[in-house]
Design a protein around this ligand. Structure first.
Ligand SMILES: *Cc1c(COP(=O)(O)O)cnc(C)c1O
Length: 809
């Protein structure tokens, strides 16, 4: 038996008899129950274990092949992973869907009932976390040796409910029933330091004497590739108190709370995901989370490196660490600390290794989303890292001064330390300085990063700056979310290989003129609307699903809806295209303006619903708790995709890609990846409106006055007056006031163009063949947005890693 190659394993067969046998074994031996007394939860957990075992066998072979190859690994560090449900994915990837359905009958269960018990691990806020999950999926599919690192939050993104139309947040104890998809590995625990002070010996070596010690306990989930034997992992860290953190003497003295307070304090670090999307709030616990992730992960990466390698000079050649936004940026000073303080390397050697190892993905242009932390907090929490950051800063500013002599203002702007109004550490500057490459996430975003947000750095190090346009997993967002469409594509293209070779969707384009194909396409879209079960399946399903943020401009969509409502009311005999307008998304709990917009949408929905004259033409639905699972239901049902952010604000967007791939036509601005979508699908198959980035900048420079738009546009005035007058309940005044007096995102400036563009949408809808043709061409021409292409771009421009093929047994 050759244990090292993972081939000593008893093969797990996928015949119905073999699968049923394993299911029974797992029910008895691992779940510890019997068929007679098994609950639905038992059935779910047992099925999950049986499927997981099949992937674990592949994992064993993957690990053997990867260790033998000793390749350069990709380590993807991210504070968020928005995975989505695991069961349906793992059934598909292990090709056990059919045998599993048959075996479940033994329990008297339908696959759907079990699916409902599969809880989505909501360990992310939105686009950034979902991107991380899509990239892991693509890396495994492309046989790239990779490990994801994140935090195993006890509570993921809150569950959204509505009370009287207002968002209320409920905790998401996603693993309350346990999580059958993960493997705890307490023996790989790492020790993490916080607080304390530093000392220097006579040789100048520095030691950090910590004030608090916390343990990081990993567990991993399997990340299978599709159509390959590779199974990678994602490691998630939980914070634990040390063995001595339970104070037995206090407990014996009856001081129960005090006896566990140290352990509680430690465990709070991984207790909850911060629910803020695109803004930063500087909470000490958040910085502790970031350092906790980084410290545990780097030690684990080094442990793995040492399994096959010895010399530090080889480290960067074997290790590519991608920082998903600035949240894991502390990895830069932490690696410096490990190399210099613990491993005794010289500063210059360590800096060379560090810079070669890391790369940084920036996800924003919004200044309020650029992380900074008070120096005073660093001094207390991470005293050694602050010293290292100062030393890095000295090197940086020396380089700036020698390249741009006498440009004091530039030196001030580029410093890792902001001086006014309060001394703070600028994490993006640190991330750019300590890495080999910096990338934006769409062409426009990368360009604007280099021209505006990170301009000084792009002038100093132009070669560092790259673009890697985001992508999405076609497995999850087409094959799993839209199985009927995937089947149609497979039968049209002759085989299912297109799922891993998404450019082949182009071969659908000629079918856009085939009447039989058009009608089949329409039937599938309609059936997806029936499956969703919200609104008339024959109406135009107009979808805006994403986090609530003023820059994304749900308020603009709402102004259009109210205008449409007024048009129907004022002319009840007119002819209108029936629309179902679907909103979904969460607002950060402390984001008052976004929550007001949510309340207003729900209020408008109620008024419209109760109006019998309008109801046949307009329905507003707002299902609560948008997450990956809900997205998988909504996206395949969409006719129209709303991507209406103010130009220059959305870094990329990935919802836009998911919707286009599922045949929704975009109405959008020239923002983020919308531009690249439009370039590919063609101007005739995209509804473009509104200001572009230079237009928005110019308008603001000229002194933007929203009230002027209000005064000169009758329909806009009517909509805002209705909102302000309380026609839709209490929060209207506030939303109207913000739009009329500030309108930071130029909503009123884009209103007329948007509403007129929506009239073009209505007109296009009336020619169903034309619409369906455009829908097909959207799918056919957006294969570029596969996360596989994104990963290939990262490989060729940043990571320079090779795949490791896992032989089939
Ligand atoms: C894709 C996705 C997002 C990102 O949507 P954008 O429209 O790009 O902001 C957010 N949340 C979930 C659940 C997603 O699946």
């Amino acid at each position: 038996m050759d244990l090292r190659n993972g081939i000593g394993l008893r093969p797990l067969g996928n015949t119905p008899a073999e699968f049923e046998q394993d299911l029974l074994s797992n029910l008895y031996y691992r779940r510890g129950t019997t068929v007679e007394s098994a609950s639905a939860q038992d059935a779910y957990e047992t099925l999950a274990l049986t499927v997981r075992d099949r992937l674990a066998a592949r994992r064993a072979r993957t690990s053997a092949a990867q260790y033998a190859a000793n390749p350069r690994w990709v380590y993807y560090l991210s504070a968020e992973f928005l995975f989505g449900r695991q069961l349906s994915q793992n059934l598909l990837y292990s090709n056990t869907g059919e045998v599993a359905a048959a075996a479940l009958k033994a329990f008297g269960l339908a696959p759907g009932e079990v699916e409902e018990l599969d809880v989505e691990p909501g360990l992310g806020n939105g686009g950034l976390g979902r991107l991380a999950a899509c990239l892991l999926d693509a890396m495994a599919t492309l046989d790239i040796p990779a490990v994801g690192y994140g935090i195993r939050y006890d509570f993921g993104i809150f569950k959204q409910a509505f009370a009287d139309g207002a968002q209320v947040e409920k905790p998401d104890a996603w693993a309350f029933q346990g999580n059958p998809w993960e493997f705890p590995a307490p023996d790989d625990r790492q020790t993490v330091f916080f607080y304390g002070h530093t000392t220097r010996d006579s040789d100048g070596n520095t030691t950090w004497i910590p004030g608090e010690i916390v343990l990081g306990e990993p567990s991993h989930m399997l990340v299978p590739g599709y159509g390959t034997d590779t199974v990678n992992i994602v490691r998630l860290w939980s914070a634990r108190g040390s063995e001595s953190s339970f104070d037995l003497s206090r407990f014996s003295a009856g001081q129960y709370a005090e006896a566990v307070q140290e352990a509680v304090r430690a465990e709070n670090i991984s207790k909850v995901l911060y629910p803020d999307d695109s803004t930063e709030l500087g909470r000490e616990l958040r910085l502790k989370q970031q350092y906790f992730l980084v410290s545990c992960s780097l030690r684990d990466i080094i442990r793995r490196f040492r399994l096959r390698n010895a010399a530090w000079s080889e480290f960067a050649g074997k290790t590519a660490i991608q920082l998903n936004d600035t949240h894991p940026t502390l990895a830069i000073p932490e690696l410096m600390r490990l190399l210099v303080d613990e491993e005794g390397l010289s500063w210059d050697e360590a800096w060379e290794i560090t810079q070669r190892t890391f790369a940084y993905t920036c996800h924003t242009l919004l200044p309020e989303a650029l992380e900074t932390w008070p120096v005073a907090l660093f001094e207390r929490l991470l005293p050694r890292h602050l010293e290292i950051i100062y030393a890095i800063n000295e090197g940086l500013l020396g380089e700036v001064r020698s390249r741009f002599p006498d440009d004091l203002d530039r030196v001030r702007r580029m410093s890792l330390i902001q001086e006014e109004p309060e001394r703070r550490v600028r994490m993006a500057n640190l991330a750019v300085t300590g890495t080999t490459a910096v990338n934006g996430v769409a062409e426009l975003h990368s360009k604007l990063l280099a021209e505006t947000t990170l301009r000084d750095f792009a002038e100093l190090w132009p070669a560092k700056f790259r673009n890697v346009t985001n992508g999405v997993s076609p497995r999850r967002f087409v094959r799993l979310a839209n199985p009927s469409l995937a089947d149609l594509i497979t039968s049209s293209l002759g085989d299912g290989g297109w799922i891993n070779d998404l450019d082949r969707l182009e071969d659908l384009a000629p079918l856009a003129d085939d009447p039989a194909f058009l009608s089949r396409w329409r039937e599938i879209k309609r059936a997806n609307k029936v499956r969703l079960g919200l609104g008339d399946p024959d109406s135009l399903t107009d979808v805006m699903v994403k986090r609530f943020h003023e820059y994304k401009r749900q308020q603009l969509k709402l102004l259009h809806v109210i205008t449409q409502y007024h048009r129907i009311k004022n002319n009840p005999g007119g002819s209108y295209v029936p629309r179902t307008v679907l909103f979904a998304g969460k607002a950060a709990p402390a984001y008052h303006a976004a929550k007001s917009i949510i309340r207003l949408i729900n209020a408008v929905a109620r008024v419209v619903d109760e109006d019998a004259a309008v109801a046949p033409y307009l329905k507003i639905v707002f299902p609560p708790n948008y997450n990956v699972t809900l997205g998988e239901l909504i996206i395949p049902a969409a006719d129209l995709s709303e991507q209406i952010s103010l130009a220059g604000k959305e870094a990329s967007g990935t919802g836009n890609m998911k919707l286009a791939l599922n045949g929704a036509i975009t109405i959008g601005t020239l923002d983020g990846a919308n531009i690249e979508i439009r370039d590919r699908v063609g101007a005739d198959n995209f509804f473009l409106f509104g200001l572009d980035t230079p237009g928005a900048t110019a308008l603001r420079a000229a002194g933007y006055n929203p009230r002027a738009y209000y005064e000169r546009d009758d329909e806009l005035r009517a909509a805002l007056d209705a909102i302000a007058s309380g026609a839709f309940g209490g929060v209207g005044q506030e939303v109207a006031d913000s739009l009329l007096n500030r309108d930071e995102y130029l909503t009123l400036a884009d209103y007329r163009a948007y509403v007129d563009c929506q009239s073009e949408v209505d007109e296009a809808w009336q020619d169903q063949d034309r619409w369906t043709r455009a829908s097909i061409l959207n799918t056919a021409r957006t294969g570029f947005f596969s996360a596989d292409r994104t990963v290939r771009d990262y490989i060729s421009t940043i990571w320079h890693v090779d795949p490791v093929h896992v032989p089939h047994p």
